[in-house]
Unconditional design. Structure first.
Length: 132
């Protein structure tokens, strides 16, 4: 009788330890920072917004999704190991909308443009300006 009780306690402890270990492993998988992408789409109504957001939200590895109806851009935060950009774009396409990745905007420093800026005024110099 004591052996049976000890065996049950041992089994419960073993199952508890395995469950706890698997929970720790799941937390370790999400320690990486989520990646954010923007996808231009053809959605324009609140029904479209809900359909896209709810579908993408259910995908494994998606942390956050938001569709801005004014510019029709879906912003998705996801974990790279669980989803790919292509799968997110294809999910929106499979719902019947157009979808393409929005490229990152490159910011250009005013000095890099070969122009001189002073007090927020632009001074353009043409080659003939320097001929005496």
């Amino acid at each position: 009788m004591k052996t049976l009780t000890s065996l049950r306690l041992f089994a419960i402890a073993l199952v508890s330890m395995l469950t706890f270990a698997s929970l720790l492993q799941a937390k370790d998988d999400t320690k990486q920072e989520p990646t954010e992408i923007n996808i231009k789409t053809s959605a324009y109504t609140f029904l479209c917004k809900n359909k896209i957001e709810e579908t993408i939200k259910k995908l494994d590895g998606v942390e956050q999704v938001y569709l801005n109806l004014s510019d029709k851009i879906v912003t998705v935060k996801y974990y790279v190991g669980k989803q790919t950009q292509e799968s997110l774009v294809n999910t929106i396409k499979n719902l019947g909308y157009t979808a393409e990745l929005v490229k990152e905007e490159v910011s250009i420093d005013k000095k890099d443009m070969g122009l001189i800026w002073e007090n927020n005024e632009r001074f353009d110099f043409k080659p003939n300006d320097f001929i005496l």
